[in-house]
Design a protein around this ligand. Sequence first.
Ligand SMILES: Cc1cc2nc3c(=O)[nH]c(=O)nc-3n(C[C@H](O)[C@H](O)[C@H](O)COP(=O)(O)O)c2cc1C
Length: 257
Amino acid sequence: MIVSKSFIESPKARDAEFTTNQEDRPIVVQFAASSAKELADAAELVAPFADAVDLNCGCPQRWAMHEGYGAHLIQQPELVRDMVHQTSNRTNLPVTIKIRIHNDLKKTVQFVQTAEHAGVSWITVHGRTRSQRHHPVNYNAIKLVKENMSVPVVANGDIKSTEDADRVARMTGVDGVMAARGILQNPAMYAGFDTTPQECIHNWVEIAMKLGVPFTPFHQHLMYMLEKLHSKQEKQIFNSLSSSAAVLDYLCEHHGL
Ligand SMILES: Cc1cc2nc3c(=O)[nH]c(=O)nc-3n(C[C@H](O)[C@H](O)[C@H](O)COP(=O)(O)O)c2cc1C
């Protein structure tokens, strides 16, 4: 989620928040925004490099909601309608939204139908409300969204394996699934692996170094991928590493990479 306001205003924020390369397609760029102009301005900047723009209507973090971003927007259907409208008119890119569900599911159905009329190309639904963290995912709510929409619906929440993906797709009738923590921990998940083979991690490290992936995403991705290989103590040590070179040394020494 890129905060559109700082992305528009600051070249430094743009450099820090968005890097890509020619092989990085298809790519959907997700923004946090609180006005139609902000979203459309930010979308115009990435349009040459992007295949779609997504509006985050699901982030439940307090700072984001306070700024009028993320899950705050599921209470603002008219604003989201204008945001989708203006952005697709100005960029010609498909515009999509990712939402959390409401306590009252009738509101969720009304919300997604308003978004559909405004022209969203697909909708991703995380089946928890904005106050839920570890509650079971409400797949019936996702099914309800799917039954009430014509555009594709993507289900999200607690998908950690291809079996989970198949089960959720069957249960909800959705057109696709999205995994977040599952794919961060095991990027080879969709290839059917329970854990990502060392060789894949090795290849990824090589490519990341060649492309000059900045330290923070480099470190964070490895943290997730190596989670299953780490004891708590190892995790703490890994967490304290502060440069890509230190990470590489650590991987060579402890994991033979
Ligand atoms: C480290 C991390 C970063 C996330 N960042 C975003 C984000 O930028 N935008 C977004 O829509 N959701 C974000 N999410 C939420 C996930 O997309 C997803 O909705 C949530 O984790 C539930 O799906 P999961 O069970 O597959 O992880 C993030 C989640 C995690 C764990």
